[in-house]
Design a protein around this ligand. Sequence first.
Ligand code: SAM
Length: 266
Amino acid sequence: MSRPIDGHLARKRFGQNFLVDQNIIRKIVAAIAVKAGEPIVEIGPGLGALTAPLITAAGHLDVVEIDRDLIARLKEKYSPEQITIHEGDALKFDFGVLASKAAGGLKVVGNLPYNISTPLLFHLADYAAGVKEMTFMLQREVVDRMVSAPDEEAYGRLGVMLQYRFHMAKLFDVPPGAFHPAPKVTSAIVRLVPKAPEELDCSDDLVLSKVVTAAFGQRRKTLRNTLKGLLDDAGFVALGIDPGARGETLSLADFVRIANYCVERA
Ligand code: SAM
């Protein structure tokens, strides 16, 4: 078991790895670049490594935290003018309530708990319309999947579905030594900026999700097999897509064309 930090024992079940490297903290806060009065929410403030400088810059911060001990500390340290604490699970949190109050869009940030990062990214994608930008620390391997391109090893459902909604860029790596306790893997900072409504050219997101999930469901199988029931021979011909190819060769634009074709034919 690792030694306590500030009298708190890190809880594995909440994915707690606290940032302790001041240079890295400064670099992340600079990347977030929040202005005074700008609406911003931090997921998992923990012991406040990012929270403190973000409050200094923004004046006020909303936070979503699940750990009651950490919530008690935040309440002691900050006044209600500085922080609004939403106690509970970020996976169930309605970010739309904050987004609807945020003229110009909400900034969402966090050193995300690794054990829930993928479902959390999908949850947050639902609120993209009300978000200005999101800046997250994640396992580098997850960031690589998010920004991957066709034919790359990391390319899959996570990348395609998030690239449909967001422009994304990996900003920089963060080594394990920047945290206590140190995780086993390298982390990375990623920025997600929601695409404008006119860039979202799929007529039904649920159909897109269905097509992408099917295409990557069995990686070794050809599209003829994985898309059975969704796209017939005539569809492959009409779209000019090779039924003998595999899902990982298709671009985001190809997936959108397939989904739109399915919607038209339904
Ligand atoms: N922001 C702090 C830092 O950078 O040092 C802590 C980051 S730590 C990796 C993740 C934080 O998310 C912890 O404070 C943890 O308690 C919190 N957390 C874990 N699961 C959560 C959930 N489902 N909803 C909200 N917060 C969660």
